[in-house]
Design a protein around this ligand. Sequence first.
Ligand code: ADP
Ligand code: MG
Length: 619
Amino acid sequence: MAKISINIASGSIEKPKIVVGIDLGTTNSLVAYVPKGQGQSQIIPIRGNGIVPSVVHFDAHDVPAVGVYAKDKLLGQPERTIYSVKRLLGKNYGDIPLNTLDIGYRIIDDSSENMVKVQVGSRFYNPIELSAEILKELKQQAEVSLGVLVEQAVITVPAYFNESQRQATRDAGKLAGLDVLRIINEPTAASLAYGIQEQSQGHVLVYDLGGGTFDVSVLQIEDGVFEVLSTHGDTYLGGDDIDRRIAEYWREQTSQEANEKTPFAELRIWAEKAKIELSNNKNAVFEYVFESGMKVYLDYAVLVKIANPILEKTWNSVKKALKDAQLTPADIQEVVLVGGSTRFPEIQEQLTQWFAESRINNQINPDEVVALGAAIEADVLAGNRSDVLLLDVTPLSLGIETAGGLMDVLIPRNSKIPVRVGREYTTSVDGQVNLKVSVFQGERELVAENRQLGSFILEGIPSMPAGMPKIEIQFALNADGMLQVQAKELRSGVVQKVEIQPSYGLTDAQVEEMLLSGLTNAKTDVEERLLRESQNEARQIIYTTERFIEKNANLLSNEEKAGTEQRIETVRGLIDNGDRHVLQTAIENLNDFSRPFAERLMDIAVSKALKGNRIDQMK
Ligand code: ADP
Ligand code: MG
């Protein structure tokens, strides 16, 4: 192994690359991959273990260590040992329920909207940096283990993670030197590990009870595409709670003196050991004598009694998730068990009663199943298999160009697909008979900075005044990522369609770059958009006002004409001046001046334009 790692470090030998799947868990993290040509995923051993505790310890010189070693420091140096960092990811101080968070390290309130920070000695770390430490360890040790470079990964997140938590996970990957090809939902990954995507349709319930979190998700599968119908859970409920209750139970059973000599943290560590031992062997009896002399005892029946209130809470969440998805247990074909705590036989027994007609998928190790599924997705993205269809969300927004070069988004990024969206537009010039539809992809406000996917012209719009035609643009993105764009003039029925492949030719790195540029430029983009909107408005108002004056010259006084023309020139002169506020003032000036007679003339103009149409046909 050592020899291989030297090769990697020196970079002297060209190594093959692989894409791995990573389960970045609250309690434990794992990496998996699909060996070339095998189709089956397997867990990559990290320093001899499959499971890596998601714990980061900083020594006196602020050097980080991750995993089993770090976890061992929890007892002695809790203030320098960070665990459950996933709970902090993508959150600011105000988001964190400190009373529920049972931690020995310091979280800093810097009263900012920024991400919360953790203080260790004189240093500060944000959750992205801390998660990156875990990912770095996983990446480096996986390279040692496999003897290949690990540069690309799929990382899983809970289904309930919001945009900023997902982005934070991506950023942590980047910071760890990983190209994160995709973020996928943990329940989707678990379903992939069981090959459930091969079914053409059905409902899957994923029950995930980990160390500190519980979540249940109801997925709908259709033609291999997963959609999360509902998700419920408790981010402060898990195996740790069972451990705590066992420790409390032991305290109740013991004299005060013995209790005082035994730290609660130590009781909890042994409580977990007892739980796991009894869970693996129902007939065993757990007994232990602490250094303090405190004697403890546990058997399976007592364990079930202690754990039951926690299981009860999970069933309530299951009920709610089913209700939100408008389903009953009988509608669920597959139940998937995820999370180390589901090894507890009592959970499996109660679940079987709940879902008597469903298939219970519990053959794969529940603590490995998410990573194993992520590796399958990774293998697809590496181009090694085509049996799994994975495009379940669009990575970038899709929209069209509107006046002034603005991007009007019809399908926002991360929309579930398939999806169909329609929106109405109209013309900006009188008598316009053609309309150019340009389709773009990207996160910027201006189309010039996004990527053009294609364009076409809708021809044969009946000649009407500007604003009168009703043109519906419809985007339909199917499960293969094919986008069909249709433009239809609703009054006449004139229609035009094109089909485009949005992701074609875009590497994930480009997608990433576009997302990043969208984020970093968000502020200037908004300013730019507002300016362009004012410029559009200015051009529009000059156009319409000039036409009114021209058409109705004999109905206006000389003062009205001269005053309007002078204000039009002012607006015209300010369009390219770049100051939105000055331009806006000039527009208002023109508006205020012309309003009294424009209103009068507008009625005449409109009734002329509508000649031959019944009024009630118009909006
Ligand atoms: P997470 O997803 O939060 O990172 P895991 O899925 O790794 O967590 O689950 C960790 C939890 O599983 C711990 O609370 C641990 O005690 C519990 N666990 C592991 N093995 C067993 C077992 N055999 N019986 C009951 N609980 C177990
Ligand atoms: Mg988990």
